[in-house]
Design a protein around this ligand. Structure first.
Ligand code: 5GP
Length: 195
């Protein structure tokens, strides 16, 4: 998506550890006009599939998922991160290893908000090693709902997540795929734009 790529080139900051910082429009301050366009683009790309629920993970996925959900006119559910395993049986649980924080945590979704008959689109801000999406996909599977696909704002194509998710047969749509980025020169190359 051209508009998004231009924004990443303009405002993205390449940090150590293959981290792309987009705090000025996606992860801290949020550009809701841009979000609206991203939502419309996901709607267009998934126009051929039935979706009745959006699922994301707290915290950074929530803002974008809300706007995407509006363009689908469906509710959005976010998986909560928890330090204590909930054994009450009223939740689905899975485990995620955090890319940016380097630790493992449990994620939960109440059985009340996900289940058989749901057709779920996963939405997240970034795709790196695919752990967050895998954790969300596991929750969907446990619930008996159907996984319609996954929508990602920025995929880092040089990390394993994209291949992992696609090889599992999950339909993945990423609005911008970073093929490479150079911390020293600040250069970002997107998939499809290589010279
Ligand atoms: P994964 O689970 O695919 O390894 O990582 C995805 C999660 O880690 C996303 O939910 C996102 O919050 C975070 N993340 C991974 N890479 C980056 C990055 O380069 N920049 C930012 N801002 N977040 C990232």
């Amino acid at each position: 998506m051209q508009m998004l790529k231009e924004r990443i080139r303009k405002d993205g900051k390449i940090m150590a550890g293959n981290v792309l910082k987009v705090d000025s429009f996606l992860n801290h301050q949020m550009d809701t006009d841009l979000f609206l366009e991203l939502g419309k683009e996901f709607r267009r790309r998934f126009a051929d599939v039935e979706i009745n629920k959006i699922l994301t993970i707290e915290a950074s996925g929530i803002g974008i998922a809300c706007v995407v959900a509006q363009s689908f006119h469906v509710p959005v559910v976010f998986a909560k991160k928890t330090k204590t395993k909930n054994i009450a049986g009223d939740v689905y649980t899975s485990t995620v290893e955090s890319y940016t924080h380097g630790r493992v945590y449990d994620i939960i979704v109440s059985r009340e908000f996900l289940g058989k008959g749901d057709k779920v689109l996963l939405i997240d801000d970034f795709l790196a090693n695919g752990k967050a999406l895998e954790g969300l996909a596991a929750l969907v599977e446990e619930s008996g709902a159907e996984l319609a696909g996954a929508g990602i704002v920025i995929e880092k194509g040089f990390q394993v997540g994209g291949n992992l998710i696609r090889s599992r047969g999950i339909r993945l749509e990423s609005l911008a795929i970073v093929e490479s980025m150079d911390e020293k020169t600040g250069t970002i190359v997107f998939r499809g734009d290589e010279a």
